[in-house]
Design a protein around this ligand. Sequence first.
Ligand SMILES: Cc1ncc(COP(=O)(O)O)c(C=O)c1O
Length: 347
Amino acid sequence: MPSLDFRSDNVGAVAPQIMSAVMRVNADTADGYGRDPFTKSLAHIYAQAFDADVAVFPVATGTAANAVALSVLTPPYGAVLCHPTAHINVSECGAPEFFTGGAKIVPVPGPDGRIDPSELRRALDRAGMGQPHRVQPAALSLTQPTDLGTVYALDVLAELCAIAKDHGLRIHMDGARLANAVAALGCSLADATWRCGVDILSFGVTKNGGMNADAIIAFDRRFGVPLAFRLRRAGQTFSKMRYAAAQLAAYVENDLYRHLASHANALSARLAGRLADTDIPLVAPVEANEVFAYMPPPVVRSLESVALFHRYPDDVVRFVCRWDSCAADVDLLAHVIAQRGSAEASP
Ligand SMILES: Cc1ncc(COP(=O)(O)O)c(C=O)c1O
């Protein structure tokens, strides 16, 4: 099996700080279903991390976070607007539609994986608000970083949130890799979320050094009660919740999320820099920890013998750098791509 592994951040190991935190709660008994002291302390720990009074709910997956978060933002006859490439639109097997009781996902385009503010305004102006024949836009879902590895600037995020709120929508953020965005922007978690207008966040942990826990963070605590009931109904209320809580607590302690994400981002930038010296064009600017590139099939086939990576239609490939990736692997990957690419180009 090829040793260079750039398939996904899901293939990575658990960060030692998170593993140690899990081990620390693995002593003695503790009450179940979130009534243990570790889970109870999360509200305080996350209030400090987000500089706001928040409701925090550990969940098992990013899909659960997205689907259940959206279920408190929209009625069944509502619409959730998102970019066409959004994970909720293309990769969650209809979970958002299912958990919202049938709300419609409505794609709104824009270049490089980002929703274009003028397209959002256009979509909302033409949505038929108040017409019983039409689904009613209820939520805007923003993915940060986007599903093409780009990052929304904070002023654009704020503009998108303001447009949506002017039309009465609530804002969800899919932050499966939010740490990579805040590391890239050099901003705080608060700046990247509620200060721009985000109401509910799916906060990813697993992809950036966690074991198997993400979270829903509600900045409007009124969502806390419906979330608690909906999560239980969705089978997302861990009985031994302390193990998930330990991961979430360790993730924000001493800005661990930022340190891990900065390393992954730096490696992706390194790879993008190397690819700039080849004939392999990028699909979108590299701004976080993912590199999307167009690669001719012969180069892909030849690269597959030495590296693992994701293939998409239309000759698109993706390389993901993780908190536990290393520079030597990136350099070797770039070297092999350059070598195979030039061999392909030569007559
Ligand atoms: C942007 C984004 N959101 C949500 C998810 C869902 O995460 P999970 O696979 O844990 O359900 C992913 C997973 O790849 C993702 O990339």
